[in-house]
Design a binder for this molecule. Structure first.
Ligand code: FES
Ligand SMILES: [Fe+2]
Length: 420
């Protein structure tokens, strides 16, 4: 039995034949027991889950419904401008209290018996509590203070709002850590404006997406748009850093011209490379210089629910929400800077087409994760391989982007957190 969580691990839930993360049983993507354990050890464990941008909740009373793992949660802006988060489950008989995706209200009223709560989740009203017309009310020892909605810790870093169920989680500042803070500081260095979101579902396990964003090896092979229009090709420079616990990652890629016209892809007969294809309006490829150094892509997963991305001038955060062992929801929140010119705002909105459910460089990702989910059905104790670059030191292999070092790192961090 685990001393902290009090959980007893089922015997031989999954076994990892190697400690380096290069082999992982497919069962971790399919097992309902693993999924339940993830809720306990990850989403209700000592982590911080991304729940909102502060820019989504600018005014007192603003609220947003979302999730921490499988648990429905509402994030609110209080009158004193602080943020709260509470489990969206009525303290009476468990009904979902807030049914709107977002809005503004000082009071949240449960439809079932009309118990009402304030923005912090404190119980404020119980109809007929003191009895009415001779009918009895609640017992004398009923104290509303004992029946608030379950409240979570809430902290924000540079306008990114996170929530945690756990007292054991360090401060958000320390959770993000010194290796990851510079990436967030770079993107969120001035006020942002929230532009809107897209949502999609993928019939696959959430960790397959977590691995996908840590896998530069696939980028120019799966995504025809990247290699064909030279947004990413082999030979470009990559920089990667990971947090000490191996759960977060910061990847930067830098553009390079390719005078060979994609020779590496032609020679390797990469079918996704579409020679001769041209864009009649290539402005979607433009990277307007706005940072000190021109970075073509910054991909930064902050485990477990957040991926921060800058691709050319498209800025977004992705929220990854597990929906059972074989389904997840993926929400892309697009934003720009408050001081963007109208032209730059339009350019960002145009480049929003690079990512999202039909994104020119992202639509294949959730297809790939679904292909894996389909392929691993009934896989018994078969293993997934992540060997690319394994016999070369991490800092050397990652420069080319042809590497699975961060997939292996994530699996090691996951295994440790899950105590498997
Ligand atoms: S379940 Fe919410 S008031 Fe009864
Ligand atoms: Fe991808």
């Amino acid at each position: 039995m685990n001393e902290i969580t009090g959980l007893t691990l089922p015997e031989n839930l999954v076994s990892f034949p190697r400690g380096d993360g290069s082999r992982i049983p497919y069962e971790v993507y399919t097992s309902p027991e693993v999924y339940e354990l993830e809720q306990e050890r990850i989403f209700r464990g000592p982590t911080w889950s991304f729940v909102a941008l502060e820019a989504e909740l600018p005014n007192p009373g603003d609220f947003k419904s979302t999730y921490v793992g499988a648990t429905p949660v509402v994030v609110t802006r209080n009158d004193d401008r602080s943020l709260s988060a509470w489990v969206n489950r009525c303290a009476h008989r468990g009904a979902m209290v807030c049914r709107a995706a977002r809005g503004n209200s000082r009071t949240h009223i449960c439809a079932y018996h009309q118990w009402s709560y304030d923005t912090r989740g404190n119980l404020r009203g119980v109809p007929f509590r003191n009895g009415i017309k001779g009918a009895p009310g609640m017992p004398a020892d009923f104290d509303p203070k004992d029946h608030s909605l379950q409240q979570l810790r809430v902290e924000s870093y540079r306008g990114l709002v996170f929530a945690s169920f756990s007292d054991r989680a360090p401060s958000l500042y320390d959770y993000i850590g010194p290796q990851m803070r510079p990436g967030l500081d770079r993107i969120f260095h001035k006020p942002i404006v929230y532009l809107g979101c897209t949502r999609q579902y993928s019939r696959s396990n959430w960790k397959l997406y977590t691995e996908n964003v840590r896998d530069p090896y696939h980028a120019s092979l799966l995504h025809a748009f990247l290699s064909t229009f030279n947004l990413q090709r082999v030979g470009m420079r990559y920089e990667v850093s990971a947090s000490d616990n191996d759960l977060h990652m910061l990847l930067m890629s830098y553009h390079a011209e390719d005078p060979s016209g994609g020779r590496a892809y032609k020679d390797a007969k990469v079918s996704s490379f579409k020679e001769g294809l041209a864009l009649s309006d290539p402005s979607i490829l433009t990277n307007v210089k706005e940072f000190e150094e021109v970075v073509s892509a910054q991909i930064q997963p902050i485990f477990p629910q957040l991926v921060v991305t800058q691709i050319q001038n498209s800025l977004a955060v992705r929220q990854l929400l597990p929906k059972g062992p074989a389904n997840f929801e993926l929400i892309f929140y697009f934003f720009g800077y408050a001081d963007d010119t109208p032209e730059m705002r339009m350019h960002r909105i145009k480049q929003a087409n690079l990512v999202g459910p039909a994104g020119l460089v992202s639509m294949e990702d959730t297809l790939a994760t679904e292909l894996v989910q389909s392929g691993v059905s009934g896989s018994g104790d078969a293993l997934s391989i992540a060997d690319m670059g394994r016999d070369v030191p991490d800092d050397q292999q990652i420069r080319s982007g042809i590497s699975e070092s961060q997939v292996r790192a994530f699996r090691r961090g996951y295994r440790e957190l899950m105590e498997l």
